[in-house]
Structures are given as C-alpha cells and as structure tokens.
Design a protein around this ligand. Structure first.
Ligand SMILES: Cc1ncc(C[n+]2csc(CCOP(=O)(O)OP(=O)(O)O)c2C)c(N)n1
Length: 564
C-alpha cells in the first residue's frame, strides 16, 4: 500500500507520471505548497514568468511547436483572471494546454474570500473542459483526465481549479493508466463509405482545391497532405492556422487564403468545382461574404469536430474523423483509381499558374526607407526558412503570413482565432524553451510588443535567445489601415506618439538591442542578433503608412480584392 501524500506532492507526481518536464507559472498564496514541492523536484522544470498571461501563451507556444500538451500554473484570484486571455487564445485555435489555477479553500468558496475569483465561471465559454477539484483523492485522476481531454479529439484548453485544502490535504497517489469517459469518445475513424465518396468526387472534379486549416498541423498530417496533393495534382489554399502544412515554395501551394490571402488562392476558391476542407472551419476571415463563397463548388469537409460541419457553409460530403486516419485512407483510395490526374486537371493547373504569375504578392521597393515586407524577405534570406516564427497581431502578422517562407509544420505560431496582441513574444519563449538550439523569431508591431514586453526578463533569466523583430511604424498599423480605407483617413487614437527607446529597453533587460533605419542595415542587424544567442530586439523603423495588400474588405466576396 502506498502512503498518504499531500495534494501538492500528488500534483508534482502526477505531472511527472504524465511525462511533463516543463511548466510555466507564477506563484501566490494558495499555490505556495505546490511551489515548495516544485522546489524539491528539479526534474519538473518551472519557468517563472512576469505576468500570468505570459505563462499561458508560453504553454500555448510550447504546445504548438512540439505537439505536446503545454502546462501553466497560476495562483487564485488575480493570477487566474490574468490567465484568461491566454486560455481564450488557445481555445479559439484549438491548442492543447492545461492551466492549473489555485482556489481559496472549499469552505470559503462563494464567501468573497481574499483572492477569490470564480475562474470556472469566468472561463466557461472559452475552455474545452474545466474541473473544480473537490478532494485530494480526486486530484491525480482529474489531472490525468484533463491531459486526455486537452489532447484528444479536437484539442483545447482545460482548466483545473485546485482549492487550498485540496492542496494541503492528503490522500494516496493513484492515477488511472487508461482514461474512460462515458460521454467523451473522441477517437473517431473516418467512415470508409464517405471517404470513397470523397475519392470519387476528386476523380470527377476538373477544378479541385484543398482548403487546409489548422487541423492539419494539430493532427500532424502534413506528409499525408503532400501525398494527396501531389498524387491527385490538387492545389492547396492554406489558412493562417494551416501555414507550414506544405512547404511555401511547393508548386501546388497557393499560399494564404482569405482576407489578406493571395490572388490565386482566393480566385481558385471562387472558381473551384470541388472544395475539400481539411481541418478547417470556414472562418469569416477566410470565406468573405458567405453566399458568394465557392459558388460553383461541391464541398467536402473532413473534421474531427462534427459540430463544425455545415455550420457556416453547406457541406455535400461530410467526413467526421481524425484527419490523419482519414487522409491515409483517402490516399489509398485515390491511388487505387486508374486515372492520369495531371492530364485530368491540366486546364485548371494552367489557369492557376496564370493567376499566380499575374498577381503575385508584391510591394513597391524603396532604397531610402525600410519597407516592412523587405524586413521579412531579409529574415527569409538570413534564416533560410530554418527557424520557428511567432507573430504578434496586426499588419506584422499578415505580412509574416504572406512573406515568411516555411519549410516545416509547427514553425508558425500565431493567434488566429482570437487575434491576441501580445501573444507572439511569450509564445516564442515557450517554443524556445522546448527547442533551445533553434532560432526563434517573434515578428512584432510596436503596439503589440508593448503588451507583454515584461517577459524580456523571463527571456534573460532563462537565457532564451528569442529575437523580436519590431516592424516599427509608430502606429497601431492595422487599425490605422482600416481608418485610412473605411473611416475617411481619420486616425483616431492609433498613433503611438510616445515610444520607448527599444534599444535601451532591451539593454535594461540585459538583452541585445539594435535599431535600423535604412534597408541595407536590416540584414546585418538580423545576423548580429542571431549570432548573439541572447534575447534581442531588432527595432526596424519602417515606412509609416504602408498597407497590407491584397485585401478583401470585411463582408465582401473573395473575388472583390483590393490589390494595391
Ligand atoms: C489585445 C488586443 N487589443 C486590441 C486589438 C485590436 N487590434 C488589432 S491589430 C491592432 C494594431 C496592432 O498594432 P501593432 O502591434 O503596432 O502592429 P501593426 O499593425 O502596426 O503591424 C489592434 C489594436 C487586438 N487584436 N488585440
């Protein structure tokens, strides 16, 4: 018989049993016994952040870059409420994280106790599941369930709220080896009859498009996608969340789809006779005006989440199932057909090549001022695409999505669904903590970076050499762009008149800082920052009123693109 252990001991033992070796967190009164246990168990590495939002984004960045569950630990009350934006961000992008929050003792819950917040209530609409642990004996099984739910089916964040008396109480450590939940059976295999229908539809179509979403990354299915695209000569249009699923330079990759998507991706979608959605959810930033989305197409949709099928766009061939399993079966089914796919799709591929050649994403190059797009091209040149990229939100994010060349999945970390400014830097730190030897770059705006800049101290403390490249336009650029285009050029409160000196700021945090104002300085500055192997800020002073094009104005069809 095993002896009784405290909840704090059980907490640490449970995480170790689940093979967690790294957590991100911030202490406080209620969770102190857990922190004391962490102190005694150096095998479970803990990164002390500077703000709880940072901890959750780090866990999220870790999860996106590794495919493993990310873990954050925060205290009750303000610790927990500070974590909410990170939880909502992970929820919108289906990222598997488990967030542990401290809670006041069970006897005080509901009494407005010191540092009490109803985090279960507050996060209810933005978690995949949540638990308030009621007894110490429940703790280990609950943690096991939380990891299982976060990482299976359509992944997502799970909150585990642990009252103080559960942490200090005692019980035997017993964790189930296998999780069985009556109402949750996620490992759905794609239905063979539906998959055969989809293979037939691909065989019959003359103008197919694979519409690739974040599910492709989450289910680690990129290699199956490559096989499908190449074997059936089908071009792929990729959402923000799906970027990295196919190498950027692959000839069947049409690039980004939707509001700031490429001309060829949006035109291909609008003229396709078959759209095959693979782990994508027909988000409004992708579809534009719904009634004019893919008007000629039969729609097939493969998704692990049955509730996302036919939610926004009517689907003719639904396949509920794990994308990896389904793609394997689909690949076998299309291979069994005696078809010359290249010849069948010849006219379509020709048309696509014309769209691609005619309206490639481009900008007006200048020698006297740094164009933001040029900075991204220089990043491609100096990294050769072999880096992990995170982005903030705004123009910086969209330019990164358009210009950064990706060779591998899980190398583009961005807040797609919630669009959270301040996400990129902590997410980059989470990825860097997982991959200490890789080059990790956060592409930032001068507005966004100031939302979680305090994590520079975390970067310095743990020697995480993330490079922040600021596309510094002195504006909340994306909002300014909308004001220019849709609000008569009235720049209401989007000009950042007072800016910190980002070089001094970096130095104050014991990081490397460099500011560039001329195009020819950009490449050498990036090289210096990479060589420094320290946290770094490269502050690029860019053309102030540059806009992101192409652009489909909100609510317009994909064919109504502003090209410049
Ligand atoms: C937390 C948060 N607040 C507000 C917004 C709305 N918003 C979207 S883009 C943007 C401007 C971003 O400015 P900056 O970070 O400087 O990037 P730029 O667009 O100039 O590249 C704002 C305010 C948001 N997405 N997230």
């Amino acid at each position: 018989m095993t002896s009784a252990r405290t909840g704090a001991e059980i907490f640490v033992k449970s995480l170790l049993k689940l093979k967690v070796d790294l957590i991100f967190g911030y202490p406080g009164g209620v969770v102190l016994p857990i922190y004391d246990e962490l102190f005694k168990n150096p095998k479970l590495r803990h990164i002390l952040v500077r703000h709880e939002q940072g901890a959750v984004h780090m866990a999220d960045g870790f999860a996106r870059a590794t495919g493993r569950v990310g873990v954050a630990l925060v205290t009750s009350g303000p610790g927990a409420t500070n974590a909410v934006t990170g939880i909502a961000t992970a929820y919108m992008d289906s990222i598997p994280i488990v967030v542990f929050t401290g809670q006041v003792p069970t006897s005080l819950i509901g009494n407005d106790a010191f540092q009490e917040a109803d985090i279960i209530g507050i996060t209810r609409p933005c978690v995949k599941h949540s638990y308030l642990v009621r007894t110490t004996a429940d703790l280990a099984p609950t943690i096991a369930e939380a990891f299982y739910i976060a990482s299976t089916g359509k992944p997502g964040p799970v909150v585990v709220d642990i009252p103080k008396d559960v942490i200090t109480g005692t019980a035997r450590f017993e964790m189930p080896e296998k999780i069985e939940l009556r109402s949750y059976k996620p490992n759905v295999e794609g239905h063979m009859r539906q998959i055969d229908k989809l293979a037939d539809a691909l065989a019959e179509s003359r103008a197919p498009v694979l519409y690739v979403g974040g599910g492709m990354i989450l289910s680690n299915s990129s290699s199956e996608l490559l096989k499908l695209a190449e074997h059936t000569s089908s071009p792929s249009a990729i959402t923000l969340m799906g970027l990295g699923s196919l190498p950027s330079d692959h000839e069947l990759n049409l690039g980004l789809l939707g509001m700031h998507g490429t001309y060829c991706a949006n035109m291909a979608m609008s003229h396709a006779d078959l759209v095959v959605a693979l782990g994508a959810r027909f988000d409004d930033r992708v579809t534009g005006k719904l009634d004019e989305f893919a008007p000629k197409a039969k729609v097939a949709h493969v998704d692990i989440d049955p509730s996302s099928i036919s939610k926004n766009v009517k689907c003719h061939i639904p396949v509920v199932g794990d994308l990896n399993d389904t793609l394997r079966k689909l690949n076998a089914a299309v291979r069994a057909k005696d078809i010359n796919w290249k010849t069948k799709n010849k006219d379509w591929l020709q048309q696509i090549a014309e769209w691609k050649a005619g309206n490639a994403i481009t900008y007006v190059k200048k020698t006297n001022v740094i164009k933001p797009q040029f900075v991204l091209e220089e990043i491609n040149r100096v990294t050769g695409g072999e880096a992990i990229f995170a982005t903030e939100v705004g123009q910086n994010q969209m330019w990164a999505a358009q210009y950064i060349k990706l060779n591998h999945p899980r190398t583009f970390l961005t807040s797609g669904g919630l669009g959270t400014m301040g996400y990129g830097f902590p997410a980059a730190l989470g990825a860097q903590a997982a991959f200490p030897d890789k080059v990790v770059i956060d592409i930032a705006g001068d507005g966004s970076i100031q939302m979680n800049i305090q994590e520079l101290a975390t970067a310095a403390q743990y020697r995480l050499p993330v490079i922040i490249v600021i596309l510094n336009n002195g504006f909340l650029g994306m909002v300014r762009q909308w004001q220019e285009l849709f609000f008569g050029g009235r720049y209401a409160y989007t000009c950042m008149e007072a800016q910190p000196d980002f070089v001094k700021l970096a130095e104050a945090y014991n990081a490397f800082g460099i500011r560039v104002t001329k195009p020819e300085e950009v490449g050498p500055a990036l090289e210096k920052a990479i060589a420094a192997r320290r946290p770094a800020i490269v502050d690029c002073v860019v053309d102030r009123e540059e806009n992101v094009y192409p652009m489909v104005p909100a609510g317009e069809p994909l064919t109504k693109m502003l090209l410049a």
